[in-house]
Design a protein around this ligand. Structure first.
Ligand code: SF4
Length: 79
């Protein structure tokens, strides 16, 4: 387990998102600084690349990941 490779530029980790959840510090410790494999932002990053992570996607919104990936792929004809 290690720090996320996106730590330096991630808007969530750097408090750049509006209305940060009250659990932000817990999520940072558990996901960003320990194991990013359960982070929604990291999942989208891995599937679609850095520029395609929605700016308003929080790490705990795992249930939205598949839909975001499917929409992006169908928009580019990769479905
Ligand atoms: S929110 Fe996700 S993508 Fe951003 S630094 Fe944390 S683990 Fe990485």
């Amino acid at each position: 387990m290690a720090e996320c490779i996106n730590l330096a530029t991630c808007p969530f980790f750097n408090d750049k998102m509006s209305s940060m959840p009250v659990t932000a510090n817990i999520l940072k410790k558990r996901l960003c600084q320990t194991d990013n494999t359960n982070c929604a932002r990291f999942m989208v990053f891995q599937a679609l690349g850095k520029g395609n992570v929605p700016s308003n996607l929080f790490p705990h919104q795992i249930e939205d990941v598949q839909e975001i990936i499917n929409k992006a792929k169908s928009a580019t004809g990769q479905a």
